[in-house]
Design a binder for this molecule. Structure first.
Ligand code: SF4
Length: 118
């Protein structure tokens, strides 16, 4: 082994020793990578729009994550909030999140990854 190869080997060993504590117990680089959240798709790529498409909307999509309290709001929809066009109607609902698309999404939104819930 020449000097250059020895330095490369030493460098790789140092890096491995420094990263070892970051690995989960008994884990590998792959199992550590599996714990990272998947990267979401940006709205432009998903062709996201903030209005429904032929009755399809985030609210009834399996990827939708409703904002806190939305499910309890749904029961009183149209009664407590002044109806669909009232001051707290559907168009002004709080935004939720999506498991596929990055950023906040409207319950009334839609994108090409829509999948009907249930
Ligand atoms: S996949 Fe598209 S339609 Fe479904 S919740 Fe996410 S943004 Fe809305």
């Amino acid at each position: 082994m020449n000097r250059r190869q020895a330095l490369k080997t030493m460098g790789a060993t140092v890096v491995a020793v420094l990263l070892y504590p970051l690995l989960p117990k008994g884990g590998s680089i792959q199992s550590w990578a599996d714990t990272l959240p998947p990267k979401k798709i940006d709205k432009k790529t998903a062709r996201y729009q903030d209005h429904p498409e032929a009755g399809k909307m985030c609210m009834n999509c399996r990827h939708f994550i409703p904002p806190e309290g939305m499910s309890s709001m749904m029961g009183g929809m149209g009664q407590d909030m002044g109806g669909m066009n009232g001051p707290m109607g559907m168009g002004r609902m709080m935004e939720g999140a999506c498991r596929v698309v990055a950023g906040p999404v409207s319950p009334m939104g839609y994108c090409r990854f829509y999948e009907r819930n249930g």
